[in-house]
Design a protein around this ligand. Structure first.
Ligand code: FUB
Ligand code: ZN
Length: 635
């Protein structure tokens, strides 16, 4: 292993030290806290997920699903983050009850899985490829870490530590151990969290083992299939690309397979690169990042195009109507980018994190927090709607835990610097050089690009303030206490670093020009040939049928058409819409005609675009992100 000076050089400012008081995000976080989290508990209850922890399943009854435990764990993690920012004795008590059930379901050796223990105890660890035991364990560990951080209680942390200790006896390279690893990655990143909270290096080593062992030959999934009496060649997904275990992780250069699995694996690889100073992991991650962003990422931050493998297909294959773009995959992308930012404060990662967050992640939940998308297509004929729950309910609690912990994604710090990754109104307290610095952001982002950052501390303090200049912004102006800042020599990797002895009350203002952009796709994205998408700031826009008299598929946008932002305070919780004029194909003169040599007559038609995340919150109807152009731009 090459050891380079790679380390986790920026630590996120923790949730407990961040407040969010933001016109855009606060209503979402409030809906998450008051609607989504309680709804998810109730769904876990009425669907039998919670009772399954009593381990009373009897033959003939519906079988507890193999990853039900993960839904409860993600709910517990979300609820714990919520307690961090909003103390709530009733939720605290509800968590205690669920944790008591989890503790009661833990076996004497530390094993904890409601499906296997109750339904098929003899088959523990016999199908890592398909059956999610380690995935569920990972989510339980993440919940234990979050619960401890929120409450200081060790109840769940002790349970999951005991489980992790037991797992460490089962898996490894010692005589008598299984050289297995999960079919669905998750436990790797969770073990890094467990290591960080307990300081126990064995958890980091177990995470590294799982990552290093992945894709080695002879292939573990072949061996365990044979041991089960199965033919490895009969594997449903045919190739281990599905679980990114086709080759060892350090040799991987292309994003393949199931998208959520991929995102969780890359997240763990980034964590390990930082903890172990492992440049070979970072090298692979850089290539994977490039492959994703230059060939396989939806403009909304959606990841994974096909329902067949819930994942990637071929380069540039980015269908709109049938886009899978699972909410969990965009969430996983946020996790991965957040980890990359901890290694390198590079705006390329922050841009992708922001793209996913403001578009393909929050489209996953309705504005009232009560309904969810699993798939986030970029076009709809009017038949795709959020649902109250799913049999496979991975997405709702995933979005709940991300939103409840949003505070952690905004700032990062090290001994000399505070970095601002996201512009969200609120405050952060950071201890730097022995004193606490409070940084307050005032902004109406993403509706406009003005941000003010004010510093409060007892004494003047020398440090670097690293401010992200978003990749979408072509013109930025910055001033300190009203004095314009010359950015020359201060801008690197899309962050402006201002190093000085800061005085209490110093105020930095940023003005990001935020015009409407018409964005083209690479010509190899066949589905978007001769189309544009509309973007303003970090937001991708779409058209919804409910705003248009003409069927959306009749509309063509003249290249370079002017679109004007307008605040629609009463629409969709208050959004900036884009107003403009398009051309609509007339059909009156096509009666009884399917084909003809004369093109359709085009007549002016008003269009109103809304932010993509907000679609399907009104009357059901068609939606599209990519708009056909009336004529190609250019000379
Ligand atoms: O398999 C567990 C979760 O369910 C995956 O992450 C999702 O893609 C869904 O298949
Ligand atoms: Zn999901």
């Amino acid at each position: 292993m090459t050891t380079l000076p790679i380390r986790r050089s920026y630590t996120p400012v923790s949730l407990a030290n961040v407040t969010i008081d933001d016109a855009f995000w606060s209503p979402r976080l409030e809906a998450n806290r008051t609607q989504t989290i309680p709804i998810e508990y109730e769904q876990c209850r009425i669907t039998g997920r919670i009772d399954a922890l009593l381990l009373q399943w009897q033959p003939g009854q519906p079988i507890p699903h193999i990853f039900w435990d993960s839904d409860i764990a993600k709910w517990a993690e979300a609820a714990s983050y919520s307690l961090t920012t909003h103390p709530d004795p009733a939720l605290d008590a509800q968590l205690d009850e669920v944790i008591a059930l989890l503790a009661g379901a833990q076996q004497p050796d530390g094993y904890l899985n409601s499906h296997y223990t109750a339904v098929e105890p003899e088959n523990r660890w016999t199908n890592l490829r398909d059956n999610h035991e380690l995935y569920c364990a990972g989510h339980l560990i993440e919940a234990g870490v979050a619960h401890f951080a929120a409450t200081g209680k060790r109840t769940l942390l002790d349970v999951v530590s005991r489980y992790a200790d037991y797992i460490a006896t089962v898996f490894g390279r010692e005589e008598g151990q299984k050289r297995g690893y999960p079919g669905h990655e998750e436990i790797e990143l969770a073990l890094v969290k467990l290591y960080r909270v307990t300081g126990e290096r064995r958890y980091l080593e177990l995470a590294a083992y799982f990552v290093d062992e992945r894709g080695q030959q002879p292939h573990y999934f072949d061996q365990e299939a044979v041991a089960r009496g199965d033919d490895p060649a009969a594997y449903h997904f045919k190739s281990y690309r599905y679980s990114q275990s086709h080759i060892p992780v350090r040799e991987q250069r292309e994003v393949v397979g199931h998208a959520v699995r991929a995102m969780y694996l890359y997240t763990a690889m980034a964590d390990l690169a930082g903890e172990l100073g492992d440049a070979t992991l970072l090298e692979a991650l850089e290539a994977l990042w490039r492959h994703l962003c230059t060939r396989n990422l939806y403009i909304t931050g959606g990841v994974g195009v096909s329902s067949a493998n819930e994942g990637f297909t071929q380069d540039y294959d980015l269908p709109n109507l049938s886009a899978y773009a699972e909410t969990c995959a965009s969430i996983g992308l946020v996790f991965w980018m957040h980890r990359m930012l901890q290694l390198r404060c590079d705006g390329r990662y922050a841009d992708v994190m922001e793209r996913a967050l403001y578009n393909g992640v929050i489209s996953g939940v309705s504005l009232d927090g009560a309904r969810f998308f699993y798939e986030n297509p970029l076009a709809s004929r009017g038949d795709h709607h959020r649902q109250a729950w799913f049999d496979c309910a991975c997405c709702p609690p995933n979005i709940a835990r991300l939103l409840a912990s949003l505070g952690e994604y905004i700032y990062a710090a090290n001994d000399d610097e505070i970095a601002v990754h996201l512009y969200i109104q609120g405050a952060a307290s950071v201890t730097l050089g022995g004193q606490t610095v409070t940084l307050r952001q005032t902004t109406n982002y993403p509706w406009d690009g003005d941000v003010a950052v004010t510093l409060a501390m007892a004494q003047p303090a020398r440090f670097g303030l690293r401010l992200r200049i978003p990749g979408w912004c072509r013109r930025a102006a910055v001033s300190i206490n009203g004095e314009p800042v010359d950015m020359e020599g201060k801008l690197a990797q899309r962050y402006l670093t201002l190093v000085r002895t800061w005085q209490p009350g110093d105020r930095v203002t940023l003005a990001f020009a935020m015009p409407v952009e018409q964005v083209y796709a690479h010509p190899d994205v066949q589905q978007n040939v001769n189309c544009v998408a509309l973007q303003r700031g970090p937001l991708i826009y779409c058209l919804e049928q409910v705003d248009h008299a003409t069927p959306l598929h009749h509309l063509r946008l003249p290249a370079g058409a002017e679109l004007t932002p307008r605040l629609a305070a009463d629409l969709l919780g208050g959004v900036v819409v884009l107003d403009g004029e398009a051309l609509a194909a007339e059909t009156g003169d096509w009666a009884n005609t399917l084909y003809r040599s004369a093109p359709p007559v085009l007549v002016p038609a008003p269009v109103q675009a809304i932010p993509y995340y907000a679609w399907d919150n009104r009357d059901p109807g068609a939606m599209c992100v990519w708009l056909p152009l009336a004529e190609m731009g250019g000379d």
